[in-house]
Design a protein around this ligand. Structure first.
Ligand code: HEM
Length: 414
């Protein structure tokens, strides 16, 4: 069976995947003239998908599940076990609803205010010639995340920024780095677990609207409070990716340097133009290469057999560069989003499908808001010089970043 699905020959292709990185699935779509093919990764059979219809298939909850999908190495670092990413069906819906309940207009405008305030503080704090956008963004966003999530915090807990940094920067690295990332995750988890216990027994009073309190008091479908470990995993599922938005911040400022014509359109602080620019940053630059699920029950699709339990990868980066969807995909053209119709399956930097019953990123609106405020701040509120530096970025690091991290000089308020 499954004779129709093109198969990559050989025992294992993990090395090619690591080498070709963001282009691995895309390259084979052309080689096999198929948007579906099978390969072997980390000793396991894996289906690969790329494209709009394929994304729609991937997000069909009757066909794919998340349980046991993420390799445990990734799960123990990037995601944390027992979190929303690995849940299915009713359990997933019930947990995801908590995340989505924080994405109100009111709580999102708080994120915007906090972000601008923290950039102001970063500029004031900066006493040196050089301003490293990536390093500053991590600090800015750690402060934003801690306040917004509702964690009582000392001013500038630098050490914690470094720990959270390990959590996403080294997450997919193999070997020593993996252990380092695991260590810092468990240290941070222990600390949050203690906060949960203190909130529950009344020793600690925190803002009740905020995620730390809400997850501490959330009850699952059986009416039980969550294990403190799980609360900690979910709170970190908010903090860690908010800090990780610094990767996109770095690419946003890079884009503003590399595409000055597009920046001219932003000078009135026009919300629509800011939006188009940020959408294009999320489409154009590499971040999450793909997302993973497993076949729930065997089925046929377009003549291909999908066997129960098979690991399946949906290409996020490749779909965002698919010439069948995007004209001139390798050009940075924000205005293309004037015409985009909002299809939930063709523009998927943070996953596709639905937020509530699907696994689409809970923080997508927040990511866009943080980036819009940041872009407006850098374009319209401050001025700076850009020294000679190395802006190249690799296509097989996760996350990928400009080599120089984007260095600015002589920053002042306008
Ligand atoms: C899920 C990307 C920011 C919270 C995801 C997924 C991706 C993603 C690819 C998985 C989608 C899937 O498997 O179908 C990103 C990127 C971000 C970002 C590139 C930019 C830095 C955020 C932020 C938050 C967040 C700021 C929180 C405020 C989550 C959560 C999930 C998720 C909770 C799990 C959703 C579920 O399983 O139902 N994200 N994300 N992310 N993201 Fe994000």
């Amino acid at each position: 069976n499954n004779q129709n699905m093109p198969k990559e020959k050989g025992l294992d292709h993990t090395i090619s995947l690591l080498k070709e990185g963001y282009n691995y699935i895309y390259n084979r779509k052309d080689k096999y003239h198929s948007r579906v093919f099978q390969t072997r990764i980390m000793g396991e059979k894996a289906n690969c998908l790329i494209g709009t219809k394929e994304a729609e298939l991937f997000y069909d909850n009757n066909k794919f599940i998340r349980k046991g999908a993420a390799p445990s190495r990734i799960q123990k670092t990037l995601f944390g076990e027992g979190g929303v990413q690995g849940l299915d069906g009713e359990k997933h819906h019930h947990r995801k609803a908590v995340f989505m309940s924080f994405m109100t207009k009111e709580m999102l405008s708080e994120v915007k205010e906090l972000t601008e305030m923290e950039w102001e503080r970063a500029i004031t704090r900066n006493q040196t010639e050089e301003f490293n956008v990536y390093e500053e963004a991590k600090r800015v966003l750690t402060n934003v995340a801690m306040r917004w999530v509702g964690i009582p915090m000392q001013e500038d807990e630098r050490e914690l920024t470094d720990e959270l940094d390990d959590l996403f920067e080294d997450a997919s690295a193999i070997g020593l780095k993996h252990w380092k990332a695991r260590m810092s995750r468990s240290k941070t988890e222990d600390w949050i677990k203690q906060l949960v216990l203190d909130i529950r027994n009344g020793k600690l009073t925190v803002d009740q609207r905020r995620p730390l309190y809400q997850f501490s008091m959330h009850r699952d479908l059986d009416g039980q409070l969550l294990e403190p470990e799980i609360v900690s995993v979910e709170v970190l599922n908010l903090i860690r990716p908010i800090v990780a938005v610094s990767v996109y911040v770095d690419f946003t400022i890079l884009a503003s340097i590399q595409f000055p014509k597009e920046v001219e359109k932003l000078q009135q602080g026009n919300d629509k133009q800011l939006q188009f620019f940020i959408q294009e940053v999320r489409r154009f630059y590499p971040f999450f290469p793909f997302t993973v699920a497993r076949v729930k029950k065997g089925f046929e699709w377009n003549g291909y057999t999908f066997e129960e339990g098979t690991l399946t990868l949906l290409d996020l980066y490749g779909t965002n560069h698919d010439p069948e969807i995007w004209k001139e995909p390798d050009h940075f053209l924000p205005d293309r989003f004037k015409e985009w119709n909002g299809n939930p399956f063709d523009f998927i930097p943070q996953g596709g499908g639905e937020f509530d019953i699907g696994h689409r990123c809970a923080g997508e609106w927040m990511t866009i808001d943080i980036l819009k405020v940041t872009l407006n701040y850098f374009v319209n509120k401050i001025s700076y010089e850009v020294p000679q530096q190395d802006f190249t970025y690799s296509m097989n690091d996760i996350p990928s970043l400009p080599a120089s991290r984007v260095i600015l000089e002589n920053i002042r308020r306008k």
